[in-house]
Design a protein around this ligand. Structure first.
Ligand SMILES: O=C(O)c1cc(=O)[nH]c(=O)n1[C@@H]1O[C@H](COP(=O)(O)O)[C@@H](O)[C@H]1O
Length: 233
């Protein structure tokens, strides 16, 4: 997918002002933004509304993982905020995923529901510790099939799994891929990393990028460079 609007900038900041300063440098027609656990826990729905008022579609990444009734109510609350996309953990199981889907049934503009498969900070040895004796790729496939079979719009995975998922899943099922690192960038705590251009080539629909952009001296320039790299490939 060659779409200049496929990048989601992760606003992982401590301060409200840092997030707003970055957002004001960005163009809502060129990217979307992600509000995650740190920012939401500190500043809540008011900050989401403030960023929406600047014209941005918001990916609310709270990774719900709880009993079906609790997730149903939480998804409804997030949907009523008017967010564009939200996350829950596929490993919460079929009933939890269906409860999430039920929560947005009948809404005029429901958010996209995407299920996290295996976090990009994990590798096979981490699964083994949890008693999962299969490769990351197989576990991602299993959870992605579960997500697709229970009403999700897509999954969060590493772009390293995108090629195999594209063969397994329907064409319009979304692959949202964090763990993106331009060539030579620090991996930080990410284990399954892929460059922006390779992610798009492999079939990712949306690239979630945090530190490579937020830590850049000029975040707007860095975003433009990444977009240019994607379009050139
Ligand atoms: O759901 C997510 O967005 C997510 C899932 C995952 O498996 N890995 C992952 O890194 N993320 C998020 O994607 C962002 C990646 O940030 P950077 O590593 O700084 O680019 C963070 O906000 C993470 O919370």
């Amino acid at each position: 997918m060659k779409d200049s609007n496929c990048i989601i900038v992760a606003l992982d900041f401590e301060e409200r002002q840092q997030a707003l300063d970055l957002v004001r440098e960005l163009d809502p027609s060129q990217c979307r933004v992600k509000v995650g656990k740190e920012l939401f826990t500190r500043f809540g729905p008011d900050l989401v509304r403030e960023i929406q008022a600047l014209g941005f579609e918001i990916f609310l990444d709270l990774k719900f993982h709880d009993i079906p009734n609790t997730v149903n109510k939480a998804v409804r609350a997030a949907a009523e905020l008017g967010v564009w996309m939200l996350t829950l953990h596929a490993s919460g199981g079929a009933a939890m995923l269906q409860a999430a889907r039920d929560a947005v049934q009948g809404m005029d503009h429901p958010p996209l529901l995407v299920a996290v498969t295996v976090l990009t900070s994990l590798e096979s040895s981490d699964l083994a510790v949890q008693g999962i004796e299969r490769s990351v790729e197989e576990q991602v496939q299993r959870l992605a099939s579960l997500a697709q079979g229970n009403g999700m719009d897509g999954v969060v995975c590493s772009a390293a799994e995108a090629v195999s998922l594209r063969k397994l899943l329907s064409e319009n099922f979304l692959l949202v891929t964090p763990g993106i690192r331009p060539t030579g960038a620090n991996a930080d705590d990410q284990k399954r990393i892929v460059t922006p251009a390779d992610a798009v080539q492999s079939g990712s629909n949306y690239l979630v990028i945090g530190r490579p952009i937020t830590r850049a001296r000029d975040p707007h320039l860095k975003l433009s460079e990444i977009q240019a790299e994607i379009l050139a490939n």
